[in-house]
Design a protein around this ligand. Structure first.
Ligand SMILES: [Zn+2]
Length: 299
């Protein structure tokens, strides 16, 4: 079945078409501009993009979408995005019905977890957690082979586990959350604090570390230790045996030693050493494969 797969990010929209073997083709990306009416801007961009793709690919039968933030997946409503402030965007009405196609949506972190189960490195894991390491730190739990979304759809928010209550302020209003130590913002801020006047984007910090910069390498290791601490907390609570990491390319590799130290320090001694830690098998296309998986699973 040909499916149009869309990944809506904070600043860009990526799209791809799947074939009958569930391979993605014709992957393309357009920038998404923000403005005072983000809902209108994003809606128009999706309509325009979808219109052009369907024009060239009339064989498409379904649309799958990964979106940041909270979703009502049953009704294909994007309820809230903390980045853009978008609220209550009914993608079934404005995209699905407009083009006469069934549309299926899911939060991007959840969709990545589903994709990892179907196509990635977690095919054989009954219980695992997906973790996105990026400007935010998100997580999604798969328990007994199913997505566990919790009472309010907020399950898996590992970025807001408090790892040190004397830590820096977090965007959620709390102090010392994992995200305040190990997100890209936190790493960029830590570098700036240690090197006044030298604001560097995360890509540059990653490159510095790969070139052997000791200070930056230590920062990634310290951030990884906090990630490992949070991972151990989840593993101890739920007996989750596998964790898979995606997000900004190469960040997991730089945090790996710290994550291992944190897990070994804080996880139960009999099970902690056996916790599987892996990077995504889907590279930077995890959310597009997520959109595909959501559309394939959709009824
Ligand atoms: Zn927080």
């Amino acid at each position: 079945m040909a499916i149009l797969c869309l990944d809506i990010g904070g600043t860009k929209l990526s799209g791809a078409i799947s074939d009958e073997n569930n391979k993605l083709h014709s992957i393309s990306t357009i920038p998404l501009f923000s403005g005072h009416d983000a809902k209108k801007i994003v809606t128009e961009a999706i309509i325009d993009f979808t219109d052009r793709v369907l024009d060239r690919n009339p064989e498409i039968e379904r649309i799958g979408v990964s979106v940041p933030g909270l979703t009502d997946s049953e009704n294909s409503v994007w309820i809230f995005s903390p980045f853009s402030g978008i609220r209550d965007l009914n993608l079934k009405e404005c995209i699905g019905d407009k083009f006469g196609l069934p549309i299926f949506i899911e939060n991007d972190v959840n969709s990545c977890a589903l994709a990892e189960k179907k196509f990635g490195v977690c095919k054989d894991d009954e219980n695992f957690m997906w973790i996105t390491l990026s400007y935010g730190i998100g997580g999604s739990l798969v328990i007994n082979n199913n997505l566990f979304k919790g009472t309010n759809g907020n399950a898996g928010e590992i970025g807001h586990i408090v790892v040190d209550d004397n830590g820096p302020a977090c965007g959620c209003g709390n102090k010392g959350c994992l995200e305040a130590f190990a997100s890209c913002n936190a790493l960029e801020n830590a570098f700036l604090a240690a090197n006044p006047g030298e604001k560097k984007p995360i890509e540059e910090l990653i490159s510095k570390s790969f070139k052997g910069d000791k200070q930056v390498t230590e920062m990634f290791r310290d951030a990884g230790f906090m990630v490992g601490k949070a991972v151990a907390t989840v593993a101890n609570l739920l007996d989750i045996g596998a964790f898979v990491f995606g997000g900004v390319p190469l960040i997991y590799e730089l945090m790996f030693d710290g994550i291992s130290d944190g897990v070994e320090r804080f996880a139960f001694k009999d099970t902690g050493l056996n916790i599987k830690r892996r990077k995504t098998g889907l590279g930077n296309q995890a959310a597009l494969y997520g959109a595909l998986t959501v559309a394939l699973l959709g009824k």
